[in-house]
Every structure is written in C-alpha cells, then in structure tokens.
Design a protein around this ligand. Structure first.
Ligand SMILES: [Fe+2]
Length: 345
C-alpha cells in the first residue's frame, strides 16, 4: 500500500497518512485518499465529478423525458403547459416515481451499471462484490403549478439505535443542478454528530415513520443541529455527477425554483457480504417481479406491487414490467445479488 503525502499550502505542514485499508470509517478523522473520499469523510457527503461522461448523461436525460412522454397522457417536454398531473405518470410530492416498474427500465439499469458510479462505491467499501438498490427515479419539474407541494422533510435514512457508518447513499444527477435548480440539500458534518444528537435528544418525540430506518428532524432537532454549528447546504452539480452521502447525514430535497427540471436516479450499493442469503433470495424475487426497493441494497423493503394509485384508483397506465426490459452485462448482473445465492446441494 502506498503512502501519499500532501503539503498544506497555508501552514507548510506536511501530513503523511497511509490510506486506510478496508471500508471507510467515515468518522471524520483525517484522511488522505486524494479523491472524493476525503470530502465524504469530513462532510458526510461528496460529489463525484463526471462519474458518467457528459454525453452519456445527456442520453440518459433524453431517455428519461422520452419515458415520460411515452405514457401518452399529454406531457411534451417542449411544452411547459403540459406539466400537469393528468398528463404524467403518478409522481409524488418529492418528485419520485414509485411504480410502473420504472426502477428496472433499461435506461435506469444502464445508469446503475456505469463503471464510474460502481467504482465510487467500490472504493468506499474497498470491495468489488457489490449489490445495488432497486430504488426510485426522481423528476421535479421547474413548472410545478399543478404539482403537489414539496414541504421540507429533513431526515436521516438510518435507525438511530444502530449507530456508526452503515450505508452510503447515492444519486446520479442528469440535468444541470445550480443553486436554484432543486435537488439535494445536506447538513455537512451531521454524520459525525449523529450519535451525540440521538443521545441528547432521546426524549424528543419521534416523527412517525413507516420504517425505523428513517428519522425525521423536529423543530427542536433542527435547532440542535444549528446550535452545534451545522448549516444546510444545497449540493450543486452537473449532468453525470454522482452525489454520495452517509445515511446519517441530515438531508432532503428542494424543488426547483428556476427554469431547469431536476432529473435524478438514486443509486445505492453495498457489499454483498453484508447481505444474508435470505436477503439475496428476497432481492432476487424483487428483480424477477420487477419490483422496487428503498435505498437499502439488501432489499430490506420491497414494494408490494407496481400499481400506481391516482386519485384513489389504480392508474390505468400501471404496468407490471418495464417498457424496455433491462440488458445487464456480467458486472451489472452481479449487482442483482443473484449470482451470489448459494444453491442447495
Ligand atoms: Fe433520504
């Protein structure tokens, strides 16, 4: 293992740290990886620039719009007046498309299979044998007049009773995302204070959640973060950039305030070694039925169906399978976890 040395220009101090072996600890201690991992360690999030080459990112964005138009409900990307709920598949207030098998569309799998995206996670975990979540896609229109209001929901995606770094989340950004363009907002450094927060705020009433792996910040919780010097930062990035964040880092998303739609695909990977055989079998079922999961790659939660509900009724455009079935290369197929399932003798 090589040792890298950098000279800090302001002090002339030479810091020499051998890159740690194995999975990142994300404990905020000094690191010297010389790449995005240093920011990830200190801030709890990082932008991996150009994880997908720009031209391919543009192609994926184009496919995203084509997919939305393909529902034949009236939406046309070049006509802002068509951005209406009735003209689109069901998209929730946070911009997420949860049904229709969208998570297994070919273009979504193509994004998940991008080497620059997988490699980022492989570096963090120091492990090439990874599985990926079948998480959702996100579309937040610049013209949101007829779209549901997106209220802030600052949260962590990790059970407070299970501290320490457990999960690295990610999203691939497909449209320019400047300060006004909507997208992820994070509380840098929040991962390091997470355990202290939960110890000191143990008596604070919990915001109801459908899973213990989600924790929402109350007004008092937000005040605690501010009192401990934490500030919220909108993450700006370009098409093809990958944002990664520790699940303990407080975050949520902002709707666009400018003229640019927000397009993102959530991509979360973890070592297959951290999944049980039971997890992998459940995950296989989700893949074969083209169902979605949350961000947990070990398929902690699997969607019950691909039916979208529209005004209390199943959307007539609901479908069980993707429009375009995924085409997986060998590395991508490993991400389903299926090749790691041990067959009984
Ligand atoms: Fe989240």
């Amino acid at each position: 293992m090589s040792t890298t040395t950098t000279e800090a220009p302001s002090t002339g101090l030479t810091v020499s740290i051998a890159p740690p072996k194995g999975r990142m600890l994300l404990d905020g201690s000094p690191t010297n990886y010389g790449d995005f991992r240093d920011a990830l360690n200190s801030d709890g999030y990082a932008v991996v620039k150009g994880a997908i080459p720009l031209e391919r990112a543009k192609t994926y964005a184009n496919e995203f719009y084509t997919y939305l138009e393909g529902f034949d409900l009236g939406y046309k990307r070049d006509d802002p007046s068509t951005v209406k709920r009735a003209n689109l598949p069901v998209i929730n207030e946070k911009g997420m498309i949860l049904a229709y098998g969208v998570t297994h569309e070919k273009w979504v799998w193509d994004v998940r299979s991008e080497p620059g995206v997988i490699d980022a996670f492989a570096k963090v975990y120091d492990d090439e044998d990874l599985i990926v979540s079948f998480d959702v896609v996100n579309m937040q229109f610049a013209n949101r007049e007829d779209m549901p209001e997106n209220k802030p929901w600052p949260h962590q995606d990790q059970d407070p009773s299970k501290p320490g770094f457990r999960c690295l989340q990610g999203l691939v950004n497909l449209n320019p995302a400047g300060p006004d363009d909507g997208g992820l907002i994070v509380c840098p450094g929040g991962h390091k204070l997470s355990e202290q927060f939960h110890a000191e705020m143990a008596d604070e009433p919990r915001i109801p959640a459908w899973t213990p792996e989600w924790f929402g910040y109350t007004e008092n919780g937000m005040k605690w973060l501010a009192d401990h010097g934490l500030e919220w930062v909108k993450v700006c990035c370009e098409p093809g950039d990958l944002i990664v964040w520790d699940s303990r880092t407080p975050h949520y998303n902002l709707p666009p305030a400018g003229k640019q739609d927000r397009l993102a695909i959530y991509t979360c990977y973890m070592p297959v070694a951290e999944a049980s055989q039971e997890d992998l079998v459940r995950k296989k079922g989700a893949f074969e039925q083209r169902l979605g999961t949350t961000h947990w790659p070990n398929a902690v939660h699997v969607a019950g169906s691909n039916i979208a509900m529209r005004n209390g009724e199943p959307c007539p455009k609901s479908r069980d399978r993707p429009v375009q079935e995924p085409v997986l290369n060998e590395r991508a197929f490993k991400l389903t976890g299926i090749p790691y399932i041990k067959t009984e003798a």
